[in-house]
Design a protein. Structure first.
Lengths: 275, 304
């Protein structure tokens, strides 16, 4: 296999990556800008950390971040359970009643426009409240249910593709040696797909942490998430604190992704060395 | 008889227990809601909480009357606003998908043909923005595109322009935002497809006298068909109903159906109209979703 790429391809890659990264880097740079005008660089007083202090003292943003964090953690944990079950079932059971439906139900949320999902969930919650009195009002619970519904679809895809790429013979061997299916799952399958489960958890967390549309439909009074607060601020005009928030988000995400992928490539190497 | 055997007689199996939880969850929170949306799209708007009239009403003591109201749909077809919003959303999503393909294909190709080490780094660079909040990344473009934003400042400083270009709150800004946000969704499935490509086919074609462009057109492009289609669907379908990007970058005249639905719901509190919009949008998008699922099934079965 040759690895030569033409200059044309390299130029495209370069421009494409610049397109992806210039906006992100611009937020990082301007988060240190002293001017309130956000995009006008105040060379005399910059760089400064004053917007960082402002953000960390902004009660509204901190409260929203706390709500977002709670929703994201519960969502990620729940989605991982549901998504692993669905992904495992779809990958291992070739035929069962409802397989087609389950497959469709886990693919559709990936592409479904969020306004539709959000509206339909809200109408369901309203109807349920009228019918059985639950959920009483809307807030963290309804938001979490909404987030889990689309996050678990992503987890299912991740688990499903991991299951497809690992050798079924390992599970069969364990069963031949007398292990019960449940034991096989916990002793053989789970450790092998663990990296996929971890990626699924992180992805579900991030999807929930970033979600604006479904949260807006399913939240109640006093339960505004971080994206909802950011959206209302941005609509009123740009605010330097948002640049700071973006910079913090980017830093955390970068560290997390780079860390996880380094860890995974080390695991892969260890696997190879052991084999 | 063992417990397991007894359970099996009632149709309870280990397999069933594994999938029943996600199955019921998605039925209740993903499928049933659409039935309710359908129901409410046929009801009358009402000044109450919730703001719609019930579909079923007791007439006298023993008879239940169903009142289906098609006015919401008729309203959507008579008011040019909604028709235009639908058409415009399809147009915007289509053009954005084509732009994503033009930018994303060479990138996915370049990543697939890079050395394994470089490939992983490049892949990480494409995935990273996808993990960073969409809202914040769209917000970044406001700072870049504003009248006194970065792009205008740089162009003025370079002497290319004298007066700032009017970019923010225009269709241009909306296209930039959509292409920028959805680009990774196109690159990743396309890369996954190209990665499996047998590059020796290209060498063979070139040995036999094909020019590189010809070889690309005759071999790479047809073989990556599933990747192109899957990536395009991942951009096109959600882009049709996109709300955040037109709301932040598109300005007040950016007529996108996702935004119309949002305004009907939140500003006008017209839940039945919003439901009718959602149902029509769904009818429009379901064929594409089924197509997408079909492509995915073929791709995982290894059919080109």
């Amino acid at each position: 296999m040759n690895y030569k790429s033409s200059y044309f391809i390299l130029t495209c890659l370069g421009f494409g990556l610049a397109f992806l990264y210039v906006p992100i880097l611009s937020m990082v740079v301007f988060s240190f800008n002293a001017s309130k005008l956000v995009t006008v660089w105040d060379a005399a007083n910059s760089p400064t950390l004053k917007w960082y202090y402002a953000l960390l003292n902004n009660e509204e943003i901190l409260d929203a971040a706390w709500i977002s964090l709670k929703v994201a953690v519960i969502n990620a944990s729940g989605s991982v359970i549901l998504g692993t079950l669905a992904g495992f079932g779809l990958a291992r059971f070739r035929q069962f009643r409802g397989r087609f439906t389950l497959n469709a139900m886990t693919t559709a949320p990936l592409v479904m426009p969020e306004v539709i999902t959000g509206l339909s969930l809200l109408l369901l919650f309203v109807a349920l409240e009228q019918l059985i009195g639950w959920p009483a009002g809307r807030g963290i619970t309804t938001m979490t249910i909404g987030h889990m519904t689309f996050s678990m679809a992503y987890v299912t895809v991740i688990i499903n593709s991991r299951m497809a790429s690992f050798d079924e013979a390992l599970e069969e061997a364990a069963m031949d040696l007398g292990a019960r299916p449940l034991k096989v799952f916990f002793v053989i399958t789970l450790p092998i797909i663990f990296p996929a489960i971890l990626s699924g958890w992180l992805l579900a967390f991030t999807l929930s942490w970033d979600d604006l549309v479904i949260s807006s439909f399913t939240s109640g009074p006093g339960s505004s998430t971080l994206p909802m607060v950011v959206f209302s601020k941005v609509r009123l005009g740009v605010s330097p604190e948002i640049n700071v928030l973006a910079t913090i988000t980017i830093t955390v995400v970068t560290l997390m992704i780079v860390g996880v992928s380094l860890w995974m490539s080390r695991m892969a190497k260890l696997d190879k060395a052991a084999a | 008889m063992t417990t397991a055997g007894r359970l099996r007689r009632f149709g309870v199996t280990g397999r069933g227990l594994v999938v029943v939880l996600p199955y019921l969850w998605l039925m209740l929170f993903f499928v049933v809601p659409f039935v309710i949306v359908l129901k409410i799209s046929f009801s009358d708007i009402d000044l109450a909480i919730p703001p719609y009239k019930p579909l079923l009403e007791w007439v006298g003591k023993n008879s239940l009357a169903i009142k289906l109201n098609f006015n919401n749909y008729a309203f959507l077809f008579t008011d040019r606003l909604y028709v235009n919003a639908f058409l415009n959303s399809i147009k915007v999503a289509f053009i954005s998908t084509v732009l994503c393909l033009v930018i994303g294909y060479p990138m996915a190709y370049g990543i697939a043909r890079a050395k394994p080490r470089t490939r992983n780094v490049l892949l990480l660079l494409v995935i990273l923005p996808f993990w960073t909040s969409l809202l914040l990344r769209v917000y970044a473009w406001i700072g870049l595109l504003k009248a006194n934003g970065v792009i205008n400042e740089v162009l003025t400083w370079l002497g290319v322009i004298h007066d700032p270009l009017n970019m923010l709150y225009t269709p241009f800004a909306m296209y930039v935002g959509i292409v920028y946000s959805y680009l990774p969704f196109l690159i990743l499935p396309l890369y996954a497809n190209l990665e499996k490509m047998d590059w020796q086919l290209l060498e063979a074609a070139e040995d036999l006298g094909c020019r590189p462009w010809q070889a690309f057109y005759k071999i790479t492009l047809p073989l990556s068909r599933n990747g192109i289609l899957a990536g395009s669907m991942l951009v096109f379908i959600p882009a049709v109903g996109e709300f955040v990007i037109p709301a932040l970058l598109g300005g007040p005249n950016a007529l996108m159906i996702g935004r119309v639905l949002w305004d009907e719901f939140f500003s006008n509190r017209a839940w039945p109209v919003a439901s009718a919009v959602a149902i029509l949008l769904l009818i429009l998008l379901v064929p594409f979703m089924m197509w997408y699922q079909n492509i995915q099934a073929r791709e995982s079965a290894g059919v080109r």
